[in-house]
Design a protein around this ligand. Sequence first.
Ligand code: GRF
Length: 185
Amino acid sequence: MKRLAILASGSGSNAEKIMEHFQNSDKGKVVLVASNKPGAYVLERAKNFQVPTFTFTRKEMEEGILLKKLEEEQIDWVILAGFLLKIPDALTRAFPDHMVNIHPALLPKYGGKGMYGAHVHEAVKAAGEKETGITIHLVNENYDEGKIIFQAHTPIDELDTPDSIAAKVHELEHKYFPKVIEGLL
Ligand code: GRF
């Protein structure tokens, strides 16, 4: 049974789907939800699933507190689900090929600095793209540039707004992210 930690900064709807999925899996178990935002809703969601939580500041993460916690908890896989801080190199190096992120667009397009949350969907809309999607990838030292494991596409029509694009993308994320993680374990 692999031990999973989820890192998230926001609402945590993906984290919830992952916790739900792994309640009934014999391959993995979510044993920790960690966040840099003490008020993040993801922490409430974790409590509802009786998953322990851990919060930390950016400075503490850079000083190695998060890495220490992940080691203490004997974490096998780190799942980034809407985690907005740049991961320190020491942390990435501690989980080679065992850290996975979801990005709400079809990388390599619409990735990199500043491309998170609504910014991504606004940029996709502004460019007049005919489709968008999700990318699940391993994390290396350059944020959105790790090996791509999975992509799913969804069409965009003229009436779509950044909000409706976001909703389509979230639907894909919820559908695929837990299963893709399970496939990796
Ligand atoms: C998702 O769109 C994910 O792709 C991105 O951050 C968002 C998190 O959403 N990395 P939620 O907090 O899981 O609802």
